[in-house]
Design a protein around this ligand. Sequence first.
Ligand code: GTP
Length: 333
Amino acid sequence: MKALLLVGGFGTRLRPLTYTRPKHLLPIANRPHIEHVFDLLRRHGIHEVVLLTSYLGDEFAPMVAAAKERGMAVDVAHEPEPLGTAGGIRNASHLVTGTFLVFNADVLTAADLGAVVEFHNARRALTTIVLTPVEDPSAYGVVPTSADGRVLDFIEKPPRSEAPTNLINAGIYVMEPEVLERIPADKPYSAERELFPGLVAGGERVFATGTHAYWMDIGTPRKFLQANYDALEGAFPTDAVGAGAGAVLADAVVAAPGARIAASARVSCSCLGRDVVIEDGAAVERSVLFGGAVVGNNATVVESIVGEGAVIGAGVSVVGQTVADGSKIQTTQ
Ligand code: GTP
């Protein structure tokens, strides 16, 4: 079975980090996020992938080469202008060979894909949507279903008290090739807002099944950080060390090769990229530092993302910030 991975969005909520790379290449436990998606697929025996690229699509080239070396077959369907989540799928029609999986590839999950495909086949569904529970569904699209899993409705961002369910669309789908004919060609079209509601309204066999496995989309700085904490705490399978991403030190810290932590510095629950330097007396807590970042003497970095090569000056305190690649922060104010 092939998996189509949607990776063409602008990732605006993760700017400025996504001005220079798609969000799928941001590091989770020091490995590009998309590699964790590849791992999940491989664990389920899925070795054929189609990347649905648009924004900064060329940035995926090194990752595609590495995946091919590890035995994956990777095709790319590129959209010169983004076609939306359904339009991107349609744009890869020529690469679809049978029942296929689709992923919003900014999702980190340990979902049991085999069980989802089994559910889909047992119901002879046209499309199956994976659902995941969230505490507060009011920021999401919720999907009520009948007892046998048939999708009844799509409700966008319901007020919390009125949400009929806390199950939201997890951005993972199984589809039959016939779905492709329901997507208009060469124009932007949304899976969540147009395709699925249209299929349900037309009485098509759209089903949904829940997963209680780990699930997190990495689309905001807060959720990107949370995904890293979860990786450090072993909430989902990751071979960060096996892939050469770095050593796991005490206090849930992953440090890539070349990272240097002064003996008097304190680092906890953080991921340090290649050649990161933490100088004397500095404190780094619940943060992700990209390659080449420097934290100066007695500086403090808490719950922050520090971009590539950024420098946090001596004595400066950075709390809850996203620091752009190459920035030099010299003041706390
Ligand atoms: P924001 O700009 O921060 O809202 O995020 P986004 O639009 O990049 O991502 P969103 O969470 O809305 O999209 C879910 C997934 O679909 C992500 O993996 C996106 O990269 C991908 N995606 C969104 N729009 C497109 C598109 O037009 N084409 C393709 N190929 N992928 C898309």
